[in-house]
Each structure stands twice: as C-alpha cells, then as structure tokens.
Design a protein around this ligand. Structure first.
Ligand SMILES: [Zn+2]
Length: 397
C-alpha cells in the first residue's frame, strides 16, 4: 500500500470525536480505527504493544544504534465541527483554477491562498458533504508508510515508539495517554498543515472564570442601591484592552478571549481563555485581569467580581530548549531531502504542548493537510509523500 492508499483506508472509517470529554472514548466508532491500526502495527512485530480503554495505541519497536528512542504521534479522531461519515475522496491535479467540490462548495485560491503553492500538485478533497479527515489520518498514514518503507528497504531503524491517540479534537488525548508506559526521550506529533512548517512553539494557555455577585433591588426603587451583576461583567469585559482580543491580534501577540457570558442582576458569569507565547507576559495578562476586577470591586465597595484561573497548557519552547539535538535532527532531515523548512509558532496548543510540559518534548510536523475541521479540507498528496521522506529520515538509526 502507498501512503495514499493507507490514507484512503483510514478516512473510510468514521471517527468523529464526541462533544464532551469523559471517562471513555468520546465516540465508540473511533475504536474501529484503533482495531484496524492495531492489526497493522502488529504486522510489524512490535516488542510491546498496548491498547488502553480510550483506544490509544502504543507500539514499541527495538532498534539499532546509539540514538534515543523517539515517539511518533498522530490522532485517529476527527473534528466534531463537520461530519466525517461516508467520506468520498476525489483527486484533482491543481492547475490554478477553482476546484468545484460539489454541494455548492468551491475550493478557490482567492479564499484559500494556501492553494497558490499547490499548482501542479495532486490534491485530495471531498465532495463537499463532509470533512476529509486529513487531520490527522494523513499523520497516521505518513508514520506507517515511513516505517513500512524502511522495513522493506531493510534499513536500520533507531528504537521507536508509535502512539496513535483518540479525542485530540476535544483536548483529551494527552491526558489519556498512559505516560508511564511511554519509553521515549522525545517525540514528534505529525499533526500539522503545511509540510514546510515545523512547530516548536505554541501558546501558553490559561482559562479564566469571572463571576459577579450583584445586589438585586426592584428597578423602580433602585436608585443608588442596585448593583447589577450583568453590568459589572460587561464593564469588566470593556475595561480589558480591546487591542488584546483575538480578532485584533496575530503572530506572537497575546489575547483575552471572551468565550461565553450570561447572567442577571443577581448573578453573572463569563468564561475566558488567555493566550500568550511568553510565560511572563501571561503573568501580566493574569495580573491585569485581577487589577481590572479589583478596581471595579473598589468602586462598588465589595468583592463583587471574583476570578478563577486554571492552567491549561504551556508553550513547548521551554521544554525543547533543553534538547537542541531535536532541532538539529529535524533540520538535517529536511536538508537531506532538499525540502524547505520554516519554524512556525502555533496560535493554539498541540498534544505536544501538553506532553512537553509532562516530560516528553514533542515538536509538531506538517502533513500536507489544509483547511482542517471543515468541508473545504484538502490534502496535498505531494506534500504527504514528502513528509514520508522526512519521517523516514527521523526514524533511521
Ligand atoms: Zn489534528
């Protein structure tokens, strides 16, 4: 099987993640793909293989040479934002002209400028009814194809670990990996877009809950007495810098994002996410939010607004700083294949940003998948093949 044949086999299995994190895999259908991949991994005769209750597969392979054991990670589930049922794939050689997908959808470079560098490439896309599932079945296909090719070539491989996870799309996979069983010094998530982009930086993420307690009085007699909880939170939101909203920021700029807000005169609550690439800057964001709440509380004369913060994940950069060999090895792999490579900061988190913080540094590699999570998703087959080459180079002894 080629990498594309593998890919088509995996996208044929519906693996849409459920909406909620829970104590089991979010959608039992995902286990169908786990079982299929379990069989495929077993055919390579791993020295050890495990399958946990979330359907996460962890296969270890003995190797040769001095290099440390390295893990390759990809996820089986697809985004709940679009259907992944009965995916029908078409290949189009992109000639620079818009591609009609079907169902009234057109892939057009005017809207999706990433197509500009795909001219002459083979594009895999759907008929516009579903997402494609390249995120992250392209990653799974790349890892398995790379390993299979090395085996066929009789090449010497280093000690390896292949981890296929579930429920990445709802942020649950890193927590569901049995890290005590993971035996690698570091890893690579193969879960990015553009094949040229390597990510060694992600956001540092903090969640913030704001709650306001009001003093509710009949509005007819409210003069100088009513304190509306809803109004307090509206004021809190408006007092945070407008320039630090997601719609105003890009690149390495941080933000406060108001996700939900609800309430009445008596009680109101809001959920925020705070994002930054820098731990100190994150402390400033937290500090400014506290100060903003404090000022409002001072004004009304009681602890009207309370804030709660929770650590979500951290920029993987810090964890990677202790491992310069990882960057060297990646740069070497791209150079060997004469592929361009750019470091690309992810304005989000990856499985690797959680794992890096838990002791398994994990940069992210591209797969050739674009427009993920929706019906415009496509995979550049040429890029997917190029990434097989990169992963092979990283797997070699
Ligand atoms: Zn993904």
């Amino acid at each position: 099987m080629s990498v594309t044949e593998k890919f088509l086999r995996y996208v044929a299995v519906e693996t849409t993640a459920g909406e909620e994190k829970s104590d089991a895999v979010s959608n039992p259908k995902i286990l169908d793909l786990s079982e299929l991949l379990l069989q495929e991994l077993q055919a390579f005769h791993p020295s050890e293989i495990s399958f946990n209750r979330y359907g996460i597969l962890d296969a270890k392979f003995d190797g040769e040479g001095e290099k440390a054991r390295v893990a390759f990670l990809a996820h089986m589930d697809t985004s709940p934002q679009a259907s992944g049922k009965d995916v029908r794939v078409t290949r189009t050689v992109y000639e620079g002209k818009p591609i009609p997908l079907g169902n009234g959808l057109v892939l057009d470079a005017k809207e999706f400028p990433s197509l500009d560098h795909e001219v002459g490439h083979r594009i895999l896309h759907t008929d516009g009814r579903t997402l494609l599932g390249g995120d992250d079945k392209a990653g799974i296909a790349i890892v398995l194809e790379a390993f299979e090719e090395l085996r066929k070539e009789g090449a010497k491989t280093r000690p390896l670990e292949i981890l296929f996870t579930t429920d990445e799309e709802i942020g649950a996979d890193a927590g569901h990996i049995s890290l005590e069983n993971v035996d690698s010094t570091y890893g690579y998530t193969v879960d990015g877009g553009d094949a040229r982009a390597v990510s060694v930086e992600t956001f540092t993420a903090v969640g913030m809950k704001a709650e306001a307690k009001g003093k509710s009085i009949h509005p007819g007699y409210a003069k100088d007495r009513l304190v509306s909880a809803a109004n307090l939170l509206i004021r809190f939101q408006n007092d945070l810098p407008e320039a630090l909203r997601p719609e105003e920021t890009e690149g390495r700029e941080p933000f406060y994002h108001l996700c939900t807000i609800e309430g009445s005169e008596d009680h109101a609550k809001a959920d925020y996410i705070l994002r930054s690439f820098d731990e100190n800057e994150m402390k400033s964001l937290v500090g400014l939010a506290k100060l903003t709440a404090h000022r409002i509380n001072d004004h009304v004369g009681y602890e009207a607004i309370t804030l709660q913060f929770r650590d979500e994940y951290h920029n993987m950069k810090e964890a990677l700083e202790g491992h310069p060999e990882i960057l060297k090895e990646m740069e070497e792999a791209y150079r060997l294949l004469s592929l361009p490579m750019v470091y690309y900061p992810v304005r989000g988190g990856t499985t690797g940003s959680q794992l890096s913080f838990r002791g398994l540094p994990c940069p992210n590699l591209g797969t050739g998948d674009y427009n993920c999570h929706g019906r415009f998703e496509y995979v550049d087959e040429d890029e997917m093949e190029a990434m097989v080459g990169v992963v092979k180079a990283l797997m070699k002894a």
